[in-house]
Design a protein around this ligand. Sequence first.
Ligand SMILES: [Zn+2]
Ligand SMILES: [Zn+2]
Length: 127
Amino acid sequence: MRMWMINPKCLCSKHLRGEHYEIHKLIGNLLHGRSIQGYISGHLVEPQNFYSRHDELALEMIQRGMEHKSPLVKVEFNIECVVNKNKSIADLMDRCPECKERILKEMTNEEIRHVTSHDQLQLQSTL
Ligand SMILES: [Zn+2]
Ligand SMILES: [Zn+2]
């Protein structure tokens, strides 16, 4: 499971729905006492932002005409972690042509250059 934590407008519908679904699952895991430590160690999730991020994604889903009915259970926990957004962007651009197109459209060249220089990707030809 992975939270991308980038502007929801940069996510294709599949990845938007996926991240949203995974937040529901992560909260379900906490609720049932299952560990999410592996995701924390991998810096793949931001538990302190589960609820705000969920609402942000749900709003974008609704704006794209997708259904969102599932209520999100409130659970008390105290775990913090930070996702590397540059890595999210680099991985999505690498794996998903539709996300790549959205990222190129939504982000300024300056932001993309910042990301790509960090990850030493050869994406200049696409800019
Ligand atoms: Zn939801
Ligand atoms: Zn995608």
